[in-house]
Design a binder for this molecule. Structure first.
Ligand code: AMP
Ligand code: MN
Ligand code: MN
Ligand code: MN
Length: 313
């Protein structure tokens, strides 16, 4: 992708790159989902799309699952991109679900695998309860309906229910489904206990990776609770925060760039791409990180598998 194209894409995602002075020009996309979790594309197709959009360092970060990692790395290298391992772990903190992205870990690590398996357990039961809630408002067959969209039933998520409700004409898009049915106070919402923050951070760092707070602006925290999240996360060994993500507007990008500096956190950049028709931000199309921040990929140099080295070998 040309620099000019990237500036246009950056503007579309809500940021004029010229306003922030110097920038890190590596096109890293360190947050994305395949159909191994709740994305719609296989890891191989995702890798090709990322490379076509100019991504230079890529991580697939499926929810609570490493099943797509080997395929993602092979596809990334074949497409000429450098590769980092990735995962997005669901955590419960202060009454809210928080997502912690792990990057650059050893994907064979046993404690990480066991922790993720424990985090996945319970998704099926929750899905049955969600379907029961939807049945009460006249939407029948939602469990079986959602299951048709799932590659791995252990990873059945609200996104699969949202796709079912769009395809059956209940809502026109997945965002409307979340608003009307799948968030707190609505009929298909079932509270769930995910992993502990301390455990998720420990699994990632114990496997040699770096833990990153995903899309921080999405949580409905008071300033006090947000401060608690960041300080506890760091006390457990967490080191990074997403500044450029598909779910941040310009004000969020500025706020979390300042927070990264204030707390000495590494900054990350990732589209959180799930699907060509559902995602607002495409792979590799986010604004660059402001130059005053330290990108998380700089601290992970030694964990990156380089496409160039692979081609030469
Ligand atoms: P779950 O892990 O089953 O609770 O599902 C969470 C997933 O739902 C997230 O990873 C997003 O992909 C998706 N999601 C959450 N909120 C929304 C929203 N408002 N609109 C569209 N997708 C959403
Ligand atoms: Mn998702
Ligand atoms: Mn997330
Ligand atoms: Mn995500």
């Amino acid at each position: 992708m040309t620099k000019r194209w990237r500036h246009a894409a950056a503007a579309r995602c809500g940021w004029i790159a010229e306003k922030i002075g110097t920038v890190h020009l590596i096109n890293a996309d360190l947050h994305s989902h395949s159909n191994v979790s709740d994305g719609t594309l296989p890891p191989e197709v995702l890798a090709q799309r990322a490379a076509a959009n100019g991504v230079e360092v890529w991580a697939l970060t499926d929810h609570d699952e490493l099943g797509g990692q080997a395929r993602a790395r092979a596809a990334a290298l074949a497409a000429g991109m450098d590769h980092l391992t990735g995962v997005e772990i669901s955590v419960s903190f202060a009454g809210e679900t928080v997502h912690i992205v792990g990057l650059g870990f050893d994907e064979g690590n046993t404690a990480l695998h066991e922790g993720l398996a424990a985090t996945r357990a319970g998704r099926l039961q929750r899905a049955h309860e969600m379907a029961a809630g939807l049945a009460k408002v006249g939407i029948g067959g939602a469990f079986e309906g959602a299951l048709k969209y799932v590659g791995n039933p252990d990873l059945i998520s609200r996104t699969h229910f949202a796709r079912f409700l769009v395809d059956t004409g209940v809502c026109t898009d997945t965002h409307a489904v979340f608003r009307r049915y799948l968030t707190q106070g609505h009929p298909g919402y079932v509270p769930h206990q995910w992993a502990r923050l301390s455990d998720a951070v420990r699994w990632i760092s114990g496997a040699g990776g770096i833990a990153v707070i995903a899309h921080p602006a999405r949580y409905r925290f008071s300033p006090t609770a947000e401060y608690a999240l960041i300080t506890e996360f760091m006390a457990h060994g967490g080191r990074g925060i997403e500044v450029m993500t598909g779910s941040h507007g310009v004000a969020d990008q500025i706020k979390y760039a300042d927070i990264a500096l204030e707390f000495g956190l590494l900054a990350s950049r990732g589209s959180d791409f799930h699907s060509p028709t559902e995602s607002r931000c495409d792979l590799g199309s986010l604004p660059d990180l402001p130059g005053r921040l330290t990108p998380v990929w700089q601290a992970l140099e030694h964990r990156i598998t380089r496409a160039a080295n692979t081609a030469a070998a």
